[in-house]
Ligand binder design. Sequence first.
Ligand SMILES: Cc1ncc(COP(=O)(O)O)c(C=O)c1O
Length: 357
Amino acid sequence: MRPARALIDLDALRHNYRLAREVSGARALAVVKADAYGHGAVRCAQALEGEADGFAVACIEEALVLREAGVRAPILLLEGFFEADELTLIDQHDLWCVAHAQWQIEAIEQAQLSKPLTVWLKLDSGMHRVGLHPADYQAAYRRLLASGKVSKIVLMSHFARADEPECERTSEQLAVFLQAREGLSAEVSLRNSPAVLGWPQVPSDWVRPGIMLYGATPFEQAQEHAALLRPVMTLESKVISVRELPAGEPVGYGARFVAERPTRVGVVAMGYADGYPRHAPTGTPVMVDGQLTRLIGRVSMDMLTVDLTDLPQSGLGSRVELWGKQVLASDVAAAAGSIPYQIFCNLRRVPLHYLGN
Ligand SMILES: Cc1ncc(COP(=O)(O)O)c(C=O)c1O
């Protein structure tokens, strides 16, 4: 069997979820969209279900996978519905939905429902992706209330730059939100992971942690609360071949690495077809038998190469951690010009093994 695999530590996931709740003092929807950022949405949701206040996914397809697996907790559709007829399924499966556009308000008004819905009314406070314009927000709220189709409205917005601690844009977005919701007495949800960890002054009855659940920091710099996160995924494999190269010999496609000295090269069963970033350059950190070394040469589809020159005890069969508790996914991502969100979501082909219940 090919030794490439990802270990998913469910105790670490629960630890990170509890941290989100403790730091924010709010109820938390665990964001498990995109297959829980590559960690397996069903298993992650099941591991959290006893304690999570609910879950958030991008769309109804993702929600139905959780319902079919027996997840009964509230599930919020972060992008709401794409067609009005999805409201029937939303009703049938007891889903909560975001409304971010006028046409969705109208569709809710006209829907035939068996019971009133929980709607999270999204304001565009400055990210300019989705959400109602501030000038339309109160009218939309009143229309929903008057429709008789809604039992609860949560007021929400999303930050564009909460991962930049010094940036004023988050305070500006907050001010837009506070003004738009003036006089409305409804619960509020504003904070994603960076806002949970770094913006305690932002009010929230509900928070929406995603990346922090998986133990990766959304910040580029060290941050007090992010330091308490525990990485959930360990991507690992083994050395499957060793080469001794004299100085001057190249390694791999494009000869992107040429040995400057006699070099022991370990070939690892892991490549970009598994989701390891192809753009990770020579020097990207990697652990072999618990010792730090570096990636060398180009990452290929099924294999990559590491420097074993200073690790004489390591060789065929040595365990390799590509990212996990020792090599942080955020460091690998940064080296490859990416972010941990993307490298987790890109994971494929490798089997997931779950640790803890
Ligand atoms: C509306 C909304 N809330 C929360 C999240 C979770 O964000 P993060 O992973 O940064 O915590 C996302 C993710 O993109 C989102 O779109």
